[in-house]
Design a protein around this ligand. Structure first.
Ligand code: NAD
Length: 362
């Protein structure tokens, strides 16, 4: 009785955002507790990383994996990839509870889905974990180059962000040149550092901030002309373009009144704290917002390229298309008077619906 009650609760939760399948994985001997969520496979197998996190309870883990898997559906669809959306979470402390047996047991669960779900790295997971998972299943992407994978996706992600920024500049200034534009990069990490390279090469006036001095030192060494700003005053900085490459939810009630830029284009996931409320405020302020899940899709495109036999040139070529897609989204947003995040969502849904119709007749 209790069991069927739980099932019906999860099933109605799945129906809310139309998730296809949720797999609960438990293994006594390794202590594995994991959830794999497959949101939509209309366009292809569901690809999305595995996150290991010390969730306070199972409901929190379930909510997170359902939210993240749906996000992957939209990211793949808007990027023109033949991939669906999926994600997995392992419940536990990644610093103390990881070991080979746990990862390989998880790999067996991934394998049991026979390719309907393809996993990759996410928060709390590293290359050695992916290698252990790979010992049990072929359905892994984002492997190191030594395993025939694409290696670190960050340079490709940065290239996509750069393309999205240039397309936004085209709309804001009538030219996509970033030369002389004041760009603030928040977060000099994996993606931020490569983005700074592109911007400096193009003659942008770049400022960076980071909460760790070693990250700032690394940038200052390679690009002595880049200005360093205090992370606490980033939202008040004098800038044309704001590139959030650190945390999510940084577009909120507190920060938006301070921002005076014309463009927001960065790699961070889920930049709008509240999509509807803050998406509207950004639009009302006349700022062009390049949707994060589109312009940071280079990492996913890199993984996708592995499925066809990895080639970095091809991954970059596909990523370059983010430029045109960003233009299309801004045009759609202007024509339909909707914020850009909504335009991107609607365009992704339209692609999924049109392919679903073809699938139905074949
Ligand atoms: P990272 O951890 O290497 O870099 C983030 C940097 O931000 C770190 O150097 C950190 O010290 C800094 N930071 C944290 N809080 C800050 C703050 N308050 N102010 C200034 N700096 C701060 O991560 P990354 O791989 O470069 O990813 C950056 C963002 O892009 C993340 O949100 C990530 O989810 C997203 N993203 C990354 C990829 C990828 O390929 N790496 C792909 C898609 C999305």
């Amino acid at each position: 009785m209790a069991q069927s009650l739980v099932e019906s609760t999860v099933l109605s939760h799945m129906a809310l955002k139309n998730h296809e399948q949720i797999v609960f994985c438990q293994d006594h001997s390794t202590g594995l507790k994991a959830i794999i969520a497959i949101h939509n496979t209309v366009l292809g197998p569901a690809l999305g990383g595995t996150r290991m996190w010390n969730y306070t309870n199972e409901a929190e883990a379930l909510n997170d994996v359902m939210r993240l898997s749906r996000g992957m559906t939209y990211k793949a669809a808007i990027s023109g990839l033949n991939l669906g959306g999926g994600k997995a979470v392992i419940i536990g402390d990644s610093r103390t509870q990881k070991n080979e047996a746990l990862m390989r047991r998880f790999g067996k669960f991934v394998d049991s889905l026979a390719g309907k779900y393809i996993t990759a790295e996410d928060v709390g997971m590293g290359p050695s974990d992916m290698e252990w998972i790979h010992d049990e299943t072929e359905h892994v992407a984002g492997l190191p180059e030594t395993f025939g994978g694409g290696g670190d996706p960050s340079p490709v992600t940065a290239y996509g962000v750069y393309m999205g920024m240039k397309a936004s500049a085209n709309k804001a200034y009538g030219s996509d040149s970033l030369s002389g534009k004041k760009v603030v990069v928040q977060g000099a990490g994996h993606v931020g550092q490569y983005l700074v390279d592109y911007l400096v090469k193009e003659g942008a006036v770049v400022s960076v901030c980071d909460i760790f001095q070693d990250r700032i030192d690394a940038i200052s060494k390679t690009h002595p002309g880049v200005k360093v700003i205090d992370p606490a005053s980033v939202y008040d900085a004098d800038m044309d373009i704001y590139a959030p490459c650190a945390l999510g939810a940084i577009l909120n009630d507190e920060t938006l009144p301070k921002l005076k830029c014309q463009i927001i284009a960065g790699a961070a996931n889920n930049q709008l704290q509240d999509e509807v409320k803050h998406g509207k405020i950004v639009t009302d302020k006349g700022i062009i917002y390049a949707p994060d899940f589109l312009i940071n899709a280079g990492g996913l495109i890199n993984c996708y390229s592995e499925l066809e036999g990895y080639n970095r040139e091809r991954a970059l070529e596909k990523t370059e298309k983010i430029y045109n897609t960003t233009l299309e989204i801004i045009n759609y947003s202007n024509a339909n008077k909707v914020p850009t995040y909504q335009a991107a969502n609607e365009m992704a849904e339209a692609r999924i619906d049109s392919i679903a119709k073809i699938n139905a007749v074949l």
